[in-house]
Design a protein around this ligand. Structure first.
Ligand code: PAF
Length: 281
């Protein structure tokens, strides 16, 4: 695996890969890799001749009171995991490399970026779209692979790609869960044993809504109430949002059809977790 620390090095490697006529896939990450990330790498491997990954803890997508400083970092272990998956290229730049001194240019997907996580984390999605746009310019991949756990992120990146005419296919891969349903997340390492149990309330709330929908309930207000109720049973979990929205434009819906996104965010201790389910899938 070739590790590139600079934009120029990464560009040269990606240009060479594309010249060889192979399809180039990128898996953007912030490191602290788990099976969810590795499932993206495996999906990329299935359809791409060259697989690239990036590891960059992007300061622009963290708010001032968020966990940037303590975000889990384990570069050596991440490299071993990527090597085991035979990833050909890794982009691991410094903050200064990605945001050169004096950089003042941002990419914002207006409207969508203020919904769901964007409402509770102002500026978060501007940071995400800016860094992903930079990556797309540097790598010029044929395809980019993202996890569906960050459902709003996927919707926003798809919109950015359409609006800015990026020639990249966005592939959204299924959420990977522990056997008891907890969605894998780099932030799960913050949870102690008791919090790990409490965190299951998120999955339970989604499961309850899914079961009600499968039994015929289509009224969003009633489904949301049931989901919030379920979260409320776990008193140490503090809900941030529980919403039922159109998976593409993230607008709230009243009548819940197949393909609608049910999304939840909640604090377990100081750890903010998200999860979601798409109905009918
Ligand atoms: O999903 C993530 O890990 C990040 O938001 C991403 C897409 C790598 C951008 O920093």
């Amino acid at each position: 695996m070739k590790i590139c620390k600079t934009v120029q090095e990464m560009r040269e490697q990606c240009d060479a890969a594309r010249r060889s006529g192979k399809r180039l896939g990128i898996v953007p990450t912030m490191g602290a890799l788990h099976e969810g990330h590795l499932s993206l790498v495996r999906a990329a491997r299935k359809s791409c001749g060259v697989v690239a990954a990036s590891i960059f803890v992007n300061p622009a997508q963290f708010g001032p009171n968020e966990d940037l400083a303590k975000y889990p970092r384990n570069f050596e272990r991440d490299c071993e995991l990527l090597k085991a998956e035979k990833v050909e290229l890794l982009f691991a730049p410094t903050v200064e490399e990605v945001y050169p001194e004096g950089a003042v240019t941002w990419v914002t997907v207006e409207g969508l970026s203020e919904k769901l996580d964007g409402r509770s984390r102002p500026g978060h999605f501007r940071g995400v779209t800016t860094v992903v746009a930079k990556l797309f310019h540097i790598v010029q991949p044929n395809a980019a692979f993202f996890g569906r756990k960050d459902a709003a992120q996927v919707a926003i990146i798809r919109k950015m790609v359409r609006d800015l005419h990026f020639a990249v296919e966005i592939v959204a891969c299924p959420i990977v869960r522990e056997v008891d349903g907890l969605a894998l997340s780099s932030r799960n390492v913050y949870l102690d044993a008791a919090q790990r149990e409490q965190a299951l309330a998120l999955y339970r709330s989604l499961t309850r809504v899914k079961e009600m929908w499968e039994a015929g309930e289509r009224n969003a207000a009633r489904l949301i109430e049931a989901g919030r109720d379920e979260i409320g049973r776990e008193r140490s979990v503090r809900p941030d949002y529980f919403e039922i929205v159109d998976a593409e434009n993230l607008d709230e819906v009243t009548n819940v059809e197949r393909g609608t996104l049910v999304a939840v965010a909640a604090f377990v201790g100081t750890t903010r977790l998200i999860d979601n389910v798409v109905l009918g899938e």
